[in-house]
Ligand binder design. Structure first.
Ligand SMILES: Cc1cc2nc3c(=O)[nH]c(=O)nc-3n(C[C@H](O)[C@H](O)[C@H](O)COP(=O)(O)OP(=O)(O)OC[C@H]3O[C@@H](n4cnc5c(N)ncnc54)[C@H](O)[C@@H]3O)c2cc1C
Length: 342
């Protein structure tokens, strides 16, 4: 997110920028009977980092980047200021294009397609891509990320990166001295709100009920914080502003009365859903809904199946942690293949 929320996208991304199926789209070849060493499902920081490492290890990775969401979550933001290596920050889409180019430089085969079916049991995994082609591989890295829940409002996407955010750690810094709002009622909403008081002058916590779901200790933190004002029984029904967020429309969930709240930022903290629908019946899933892995490794409950990034992470969920996790998965794949091939 940019401090003044001005879109400053001026990218020279080379021939195959991510995020658009019509940019360098390459349909998967048909009749692929080869058994590949590794197929990576997902093209966020986790997927591309796994691709860089496995490509440099001569494992010729295929990356299923997704048909409309290639590049992952960072395609939806503007300035990324906390990814190491970029003194002045970098635009999210540019960062992802750079990661993709780096993976392709070492030979990663990036395809703008979705995996639609995964059969992960047994030594050879089968990955069906849209269009029907079936890829066969000894290993699969699941790097499908996690989707932040949205309010479902018309202007929410338009103002994403321009005042609407899903990540206080990522964007709190941009709201110094401002008057902002957080919507949600669980632990994470209160955690975001209290974190944001470091920067904002005032944080209005909007909750649709008259009590929080959050734990007692978290609630006390919110009640005791002089910078936090709580609005009970309110739901956000509109976000307005031309270039950036200026005002929220709030509806009282008891009386139906509608009012306006002038703010320059809205943090949506109503949960997230790890994208596990294709494989949640095959690999073990944690109580939080993320893929379960063995200790600090990326090993899932199935041999040859590894996970990386936000799909296994209910806590940290940052680009740099996802990238680190992609590196872990690639190294685990190398070790696994070395063992099975021996
Ligand atoms: C608006 C916003 C701003 C953010 N800002 C920052 C920031 O400033 N700094 C920071 O560190 N973090 C930021 N984050 C968090 C960061 O983007 C995530 O932690 C990170 O992108 C997670 O990486 P990932 O690779 O695990 O998943 P994602 O980036 O979510 O990528 C998932 C990938 O999986 C693919 N996929 C899913 N299903 C399929 C399928 N069936 N077939 C093929 N592909 C599939 C998608 O196409 C996508 O490429 C932000 C997040 C959001 C939403």
């Amino acid at each position: 997110m940019s401090p003044d929320f001005t879109p400053a996208l001026s990218l020279d991304l080379g021939a195959t920028p991510p995020g658009r199926p019509d940019h360098g789209q390459r349909p998967a070849e048909t009749g692929d009977t080869a058994v590949h060493d590794v197929v990576i499902v997902g093209s966020g920081p986790a997927g591309y980092t796994a691709a860089i490492y496995t490509a440099r290890a001569d494992l010729n990775p295929i990356v299923l980047a997704g048909s409309v969401t290639a590049g992952g979550d960072l395609m939806n933001t503007t300035d990324v200021e906390n990814y190491p290596g970029f003194t002045d920050g970098i635009m999210g889409p540019e960062l992802m294009a750079t990661m993709q180019a780096q993976a392709e430089r070492f030979g990663a085969d990036v395809r703008y397609e979705d995996a639609i079916k995964l059969e992960l049991e047994g030594p050879i995994k089968e990955i069906t891509v849209e269009g029907g082609e079936v890829l066969r591989a000894r290993t699969v890295i699941l790097a499908t990320g996690s989707a932040y829940r949205e309010l479902g409002l018309e202007d929410e996407k338009r103002l994403s990166g321009h005042g609407v955010s899903w990540c206080a750690t990522c964007d709190g810094f941009f709201f110094k001295g401002q008057n902002i709002a957080v919507v949600g009622g669980g632990d994470s909403a209160i955690e975001e709100a209290t974190f944001l008081t470091k920067f904002a002058d005032k944080v209005t916590l909007i909750h649709r009920r008259d009590e929080f779901r959050a734990s007692e200790i978290m609630q006390k933190r919110a009640f005791d914080d002089p910078k936090i004002e709580i609005l009970w029984n309110k739901r956000v029904i509109g976000i307005s502003g031309e270039a950036k967020v200026e005002e929220l429309s709030l509806e009282d969930t008891v009386t139906g009365e509608v009012g306006a709240l002038p703010v320059t930022g809205l943090f949506v903290a109503i949960g997230s859903d790890p994208r596990t629908h294709l494989f949640k019946d095959q690999v073990e899933i944690t109580a939080e809904g993320t893929v379960a892995v063995d200790a600090r490794s990326s090993r899932t409950s199935l041999p040859g199946v590894f996970a990386a990034g936000d799909v296994l992470d209910s806590t940290y969920r940052q680009a740099v942690t996802a990238a680190g996790s992609g590196c872990v998965a690639a190294i685990d794949v190398e070790h696994y293949l070395a063992t099975v091939k021996a």
